[in-house]
Design a protein around this ligand. Structure first.
Ligand SMILES: [Zn+2]
Length: 286
């Protein structure tokens, strides 16, 4: 006959086993639910850009890191505590609102490869970025229009800007890339401005994209009709800080975007914006 204590121990073991089984199944279900989706998270990092991409086969890419450490918590939430490696980090250009968070990412994560803008600066942040890259011996490719990066089967990142000899400006040397999964594309524009958009508009690159990361946080010096008519986005994302001192996004740009798309999402209003696609449709909240 079982004593009361034996019974209690057995019950406790059963409860623990049931909880563990439930946890395992929850993991399996959530992995299956995400399996076929490309996921793109526009992190709310205040005034700046930081975009996390995860493919169905778990390749992980980060485009820009925002202005500070906020990106670390965002990445931790998306990737989990134990995953400390990224397959690719892209620095669109070395201004602090894109670069500074990436310095923290290089410190805390193992980064397999970097794709960087050709622009360089004399700033302390850029020097630190270069120092860590050399200490950790991370391979760096300089972004140039025409590069085609196969991230996963059927998922590509095609660089459409900058061209060689573009000049040394930071915004004006931003990497622009089109991330495509079958029929769905995202155009990532960094902080390009009017004249770069004009140059892009004169190329034969296919720029048509369902999702547009609006250039330069919605600044009035970007998002020309020429570019928007080439992209024809279903959804426009503005990555911008609440009450920022630049007045981004410019009201006239928001009005202009409305001519081309009926959906605009802003990180200052919505917080993190997560978009999933199975290669044919977009899924997002709001
Ligand atoms: Zn910026």
């Amino acid at each position: 006959m079982l004593s009361k204590i034996d019974l209690k121990i057995k019950l406790a073991v059963l409860v623990v086993l049931a909880v563990m089984a439930g946890f395992v199944w929850q993991q399996v279900w959530s992995q299956q639910a995400n399996q076929q989706y490309l996921k793109v998270d526009f992190f709310d990092v205040g005034q700046g850009d930081s975009i996390f991409i995860e493919t169905p086969d778990k390749k992980q890419i980060l485009i820009d890191g925002g202005p500070g450490e906020a990106v670390l918590e965002k990445l931790g939430n998306e990737m989990g505590f134990f995953d400390r490696s990224l397959d690719l980090v892209i620095l669109t250009h070395p201004d602090s609102d894109h670069l500074n968070g990436l310095i923290e990412v290089l410190r805390h994560y193992q980064v397999a490869q970097i794709l960087a803008s050709p622009a360089q600066t004399d700033g302390a942040g850029f020097k630190e970025w270069q120092k860590i890259i050399s200490e950790k011996n991370i391979p760096v490719t300089i972004g140039q229009a025409g590069q085609q990066i196969e991230i996963s089967p059927r998922i590509n990142f095609d660089v459409v800007y900058p061209f060689s000899g573009t000049g040394s400006g930071t915004n004006t040397s931003s990497i622009v890339g089109r991330l495509c999964y079958q029929q769905i594309c995202f155009l990532m524009t960094g902080d390009i401005e009017e004249s770069q958009e004009k140059t892009l508009g004169q190329t034969n690159f296919n720029l048509n994209s369902q999702v547009l990361k609006v250039a330069h946080h919605g600044s009035k010096t970007s998002s020309t009709d020429g570019l928007l008519s080439r992209v024809q986005p279903q959804l426009a994302i503005i990555s911008v800080g609440k009450n920022n001192s630049f007045g981004h996004p410019a009201p006239e740009i928001v009005e202009r975007l409305k001519k081309y798309t009926n959906k605009i999402l802003r990180t200052d209003e919505t917080g993190n914006i997560e978009i999933k696609t199975d290669g044919t449709q977009l899924f997002f909240e709001n």
